[in-house]
Design a protein around this ligand. Structure first.
Ligand SMILES: [Zn+2]
Length: 787
């Protein structure tokens, strides 16, 4: 044989070896006993993990890593898929990514060879929202196809990319939804959502956690994938309601967060539009681009501020794994940016209506996933070069020169939390000799730091000129210094004598030396003019102010209301209570209804009602929509028990919309003045507003006179009851978007009403908003501790 013939024979041998690998890999259908996306098919997480392990055992083109454990202890895994040669040299490719991500490490002359050698890193994340269950099945089938089908496009993907696949960002929810689906299968309730949060603390808010990083799944993904790999593309696979487009792909709607680099936006438009073209060419109908989803909140877009593209697809849902029939005239006519019944430039082939199944979603997602990866493969060189340029452009930011966090702060613990949160996202922090912390803009992730440290000016967007506001997809404000009560300034000219890193934390004066270690180890609350401290050994709270001796506070016995309708705010409240060491018991409807005649008061000092509509608290799910054991609300027996509780000296705390329940059912004399006002007149879609606090009131201890209030169309009251927080008369908007400030002027945002011997406290805000609002957390904690 000539050497050419030898090479050909070796290639043939390699190909047949690959085929025998393929033969050893069970197909998803053989392994799971059904085709992916078959009607009625749901997956168990341990089977998904073992299937990926089986792929790893049979193929040298995939590696599985367990990144850690989920919140409830399930394995949290990621697959790395590439050619065997790439997989043998992952350290080398990680180093290339690190060097390209930071232009300060890499002069242009050194960047070009790295670009020539590198691979496009693509992270695909599935089913963060567990009722959007198709994508885990798509991940299983796509991985199997990619490893077993020898096609030119797949070869290009394997050769030119490093494909990181997270089959679920929320493994706990996969099992929770599967359990619920099986339980209700064949009943009138088949295909309904489960009556509990699909992530233990955050539920559907688990994709709103990506700048505070509170949850285990968020931390693992950011620390072990994003920050290690710096992916050029992150594709997050979601589903939307059944009546809109079959599939959304970027371009995004306006507005986009102004600190996101324009190259990121342009390339997102390019890849998204290519995916839409591919879907259409494959015969898929109902593909929408440039609609519904804006690009404003960083809580869903970590990578867009870290040099990478965020690709989102949102497929129309079936009823979990059961088909749904949608008539053409049921399709949404007034979707943001298009009419789902009519052709338009960004919605070229409407879906005609009919039966829509889980497999239809899987089919669309398979095409979208392949297309995204293929674009990443064929545009490898430009994507890597532009990735380097994005870092250059970000590090060239000149104004401000830096954000400065002064040493003197009212709340050192919240200040430290802010610094740690920025550092977790790879923001570099330095300090001065005097103890101020400095975030320079001359660094690759300056846009991230700036977005979180500055005030947001959300554009005044209307559905038509002079018309009602165009709804933002999520909140409009994310200014951490306002949320956390941390003083932050800007410096326009260079500061001298900076040392890298965050200064070590010191225990506060007045605390015994023996307590210092535990002080550093535990969560702590600073409030009360001085501070409140929780002793981690005894669980007791102690307070001091102005250097006075520590005084022990009574440990409150806390009940937390939980209705049947899954409520993220309830989950966040549990999370916050646990993080700060407050013991609590969850109270269901029957626990409250069954505690008549003062029973509730014997067991609890304070009961908290998270943000929820009063009607849903009273009656729960709509009649007939859920199995009888999950129906009903507090009803009149619950209201009776709560009145008795307050009369006997208990404290009832109602957060945000829940306050209306106290007005309607507990006789609190307050009127929500924005209750009946139209959105055109009054609109505060997740904004930070100015509040004036009466510091003599016991709820106001430890806080400044001027605070920032988290408002999401939140109530504001006219009342003769005590109102320790009120809105000022003018200049209400601190960050975000607000229409109709005149309605709020001078009105109460916090009410302390007396009912019998007890207190009913109405919060016209979410004081524990997504575990971010450290400043108003103290108002909430004061309400728990001081009555
Ligand atoms: Zn979703």
């Amino acid at each position: 044989m000539t050497s050419m013939q030898v090479a050909a024979a070796l290639l043939w041998l390699a190909a047949s070896l690959a085929t025998s690998f393929a033969a050893a890999v069970p197909s998803p259908e053989a392994y799971f006993g059904h085709k992916m996306g078959a009607d009625g098919s749901v997956l168990d997480w341990n089977r998904v993990v073992s299937y990926f392990r089986a792929l790893e055992a049979a193929s040298d083109q995939i590696r599985i890593e367990q990144l850690g454990k989920s919140t409830e202890g399930r394995p949290f895994i990621a697959a790395t898929i590439a050619t065997p040669d790439t997989l043998r040299n992952l350290d080398r490719y990680r180093e290339i990514q690190r060097r390209l991500a930071d232009p300060r490490l890499t002069p242009e002359a050194e960047a070009e060879p790295l670009i020539a050698q590198g691979k496009t890193v693509v992270l695909v994340t599935c089913s963060i929202h567990s009722t959007e269950l198709a994508s885990t099945q798509t991940a299983v089938e796509f991985a199997w196809r990619l490893l077993t089908e020898d096609r030119p496009r797949f070869r290009a993907i394997l050769q030119n990319t490093i494909f990181l696949l997270v089959p679920s960002l929320n493994p706990d929810g996969v099992d929770l939804v599967t359990r619920w689906y099986r339980r209700t299968q064949g009943t009138p309730y088949e295909g309904t959502g489960p009556p509990e949060l699909f992530q233990k603390y955050t539920g559907h808010d688990n994709n709103r956690d990506w700048y505070m990083f509170t949850q285990q799944e968020t931390q693992l993904t950011v620390a072990k994938l994003h920050n290690v790999w710096h992916p050029q593309i992150v594709y997050d696979v979601h589903q939307q309601g059944p009546y809109s487009a079959r599939l959304f792909v970027p371009p995004w709607l306006d507005p986009s967060e102004p600190n996101i680099d324009a190259i990121v936006m342009q390339e997102t438009n390019m890849i998204g539009t290519a995916m839409a073209a591919e879907l259409t060419a494959s015969g898929q109908k109902g593909v929408a681009i440039h609609s519904t989803y804006d690009f404003w909140s960083p809580s869903r877009a970590y990578q867009a501020f870290h040099g990478g593209l965020r690709i989102l697809t949102e497929s129309a849902s079936a009823k979990l794994a059961s088909p749904v029939t949608v008539n053409a005239d049921q399709l949404e006519r007034n979707a943001l940016g298009y009419n789902a019944q009519e052709r338009s430039w960004n919605f070229l082939e409407p879906w005609p209506g009919g039966t829509w199944r889980l497999r239809d979603i899987v089919d669309d997602q398979l095409i979208a996933m392949e297309s995204c990866l293929y674009e990443a493969a064929i545009h490898r060189e430009e994507l890597l070069r532009n990735f380097y340029r994005i870092g250059q452009r970000q590090a060239a930011r000149k104004s401000p020169w830096a954000f400065v966090i002064p040493a003197e702060q009212r709340d050192p613990a919240a200040t430290r939390k802010l610094l740690e949160t920025l550092a977790f996202a790879q923001v570099e922090i330095a300090h001065t000799a005097a103890g101020a912390h400095v975030v320079r803009m001359a660094q690759p992730y300056s846009g991230w730091a700036k977005a979180l440290l500055e005030r947001q000016h959300y554009p005044d967007m209307r559905l038509f000129p002079g018309g009602p506001p165009e709804r933002p997809y999520d909140a409009t404000a994310h200014t951490l210094p306002l949320l956390m009560g941390v003083r932050v300034e800007t410096a326009e000219s260079p500061l001298e004598g900076l040392e890298p890193g965050i200064l070590p934390e010191k225990a506060p004066a007045g605390l015994a030396a023996s307590d210092t270690a535990s002080w550093l180890a535990v969560n702590r609350i600073w409030a009360s003019g001085g501070m409140v401290w929780r002793n981690p050994t005894t669980g007791d709270f102690a307070a001091t102010s102005q250097g006075a001796p520590w005084k022990q506070l009574q440990r409150p016995r806390i009940g937390l209301y939980r209705g049947w309708i899954p409520n993220s705010d309830e989950g966040w409240t549990r999370w916050v209570l646990e993080q700060f060491g407050f013991a609590y018991r969850s109270l269901l409807n029957k626990d409250i209804q069954g505690a008549q005649g003062g029973e509730l008061r014997k067991r609890f000092d304070v009961i908290v009602f998270p943000d929820a509509a009063a009607e849903s608290m009273e009656h729960g799910f709509a009649a007939g929509s859920m199995p009888p054991e999950f129906s009903g609300g507090l009803e009149s027996a619950g209201a009776d028990a709560l009145r008795q509780f307050a009369s006997a000296g208990g404290t009832l705390i109602f957060l945000n919309r829940a306050a209306e329940y106290a007005i309607q059912h507990l006789g609190v004399a307050a009127r929500n003045i924005v209750g009946g006002v139209s959105e055109s007149e009054f609109y505060s879609p997740g904004s930070l507003l100015a509040g004036r606090l009466d510091r003599r009131h016991s709820l106001g201890q430890g806080l400044p006179a001027e605070i920032a209030i988290w408002s999401e169309h939140s109530p504001a009251w006219e009342t003769a009851e005590s109102a320790p927080v009120r809105y000022p008369d003018t200049h209400l908007l601190e960050s975000g978007w607000l229409l109709g400030e005149k309605y709020l002027a001078g009105k109460a945002a916090l009410v302390d009403a007396r009912v019998g011997a007890g207190h009913v406290i109405l919060f016209g805000m979410r004081p524990q908003y997504r575990a971010q609002s450290y400043q108003t957390l103290k108002l909430f904690f004061n309400a728990l501790l001081y009555f």
